[in-house]
Design a protein around this ligand. Structure first.
Ligand SMILES: NC(=O)c1ccc[n+]([C@@H]2O[C@H](COP(=O)([O-])OP(=O)(O)OC[C@H]3O[C@@H](n4cnc5c(N)ncnc54)[C@H](OP(=O)(O)O)[C@@H]3O)[C@@H](O)[C@H]2O)c1
Length: 248
């Protein structure tokens, strides 16, 4: 069984943030996909593999050296066909809470959110994009969020998270333009997974409309469908779980 019909076979796949709600679900979906030959799954806390295709190893995307090590590990035998960046932060215990107003902005918190949500993923791109397989479809996808759309911001609030994802989308678009010149078959994309039942959304789920909270496995299946349908003309885009384009 495969949900990656548009790719060649024997895929070497990388998941960054493999211990998160969505990251874990991506690893599970790739383990079940016959076209995927190997999965390099990176997270801060290393897990023990229960599947012979999956190799767990550590990464901290705020540490560029650990990103370089992840690249060496995952591309030593074969170039990489698909990279998913599923890391991110919205809140942390009592130390980080999304702002309700501009008056609540704390530069230390804003720096941390941008460091994890914006700088980390583009450093991952910096080191992984040159390792994508040449001459066939490859995808580098980051999980962004619809609230990072400037045009779609009608409610305010969550300033650091919104800004971090808006900046991430800009960096992805910039990387895609560059990549088109030197590696035209690769697709660089920002994806919005919908509102998904993970620890990240947990404190905010009471505001979600009935039927709009996805289970992680379900959201990942939808995102893999979107990834499978991607074409080079989509590179640099910002797409939702249903394949619709989101305005920057
Ligand atoms: N859930 C939603 O409703 C939703 C909606 C829109 C967008 N998204 C986006 O989807 C992505 C995944 O979110 P999720 O819902 O799966 O959240 P999650 O369960 O909290 O997973 C996020 C993961 O990011 C990892 N991470 C944070 N900082 C890191 C660092 N410096 N180095 C390496 N890993 C780091 C965390 O690792 P630890 O386990 O070590 O803390 C955690 O496993 C995020 O970018 C989020 O913004 C989610």
């Amino acid at each position: 069984m495969t949900n990656l019909n548009s790719f060649s076979s024997k895929l070497n796949v990388v998941v960054i943030g493999a211990n998160g709600g969505l990251g874990k679900a991506f690893v599970r979906a790739f383990e079940a996909d016959d076209k995927v030959n190997s999965i390099y799954a990176f997270s801060r806390k290393i897990k023990v593999s229960e599947n012979k295709k999956t190799h767990y190893s550590s990464i901290d995307i705020e540490d560029e050296e650990s990103i370089k090590q992840a690249v060496e590990l995952s591309s030593s035998d074969k170039e990489v066909d698909l990279v998913i960046v599923a890391t991110g932060i919205l809140h942390k215990e009592t130390s980080i809470k999304p702002e309700k107003s501009i008056a609540q902005i704390d530069p230390h918190i804003m720096n941390k959110v941008i460091s994890i949500n914006t700088i980390g993923p583009i450093l991952v791109a910096k080191h992984f994009l040159p390792k994508l397989t040449r001459g066939e479809k490859t995808v580098f996808a980051v999980l962004s969020a619809r609230v990072g759309s400037i045009n779609d911001n009608h409610m305010g609030g969550w300033a650091s998270y919104r800004a971090s994802k808006a900046a991430l989308n800009m960096l992805i678009k910039t990387a895609a333009i560059e990549q088109k010149r030197r590696h035209p078959e690769s697709i660089i994309i920002s994806l919005h997974p919908g509102t998904v039942d993970t620890q990240l959304s947990q404190p905010f789920q009471k505001n979600v409309n009935e039927g709009s909270l996805f289970e992680a496995g379900d959201a990942v299946n939808k995102l893999i469908n979107v990834i499978d349908g991607l074409n080079v003309k989509d590179t640099g885009g910002f797409l939702a779980w249903d394949g619709s384009s989101i305005e920057y």
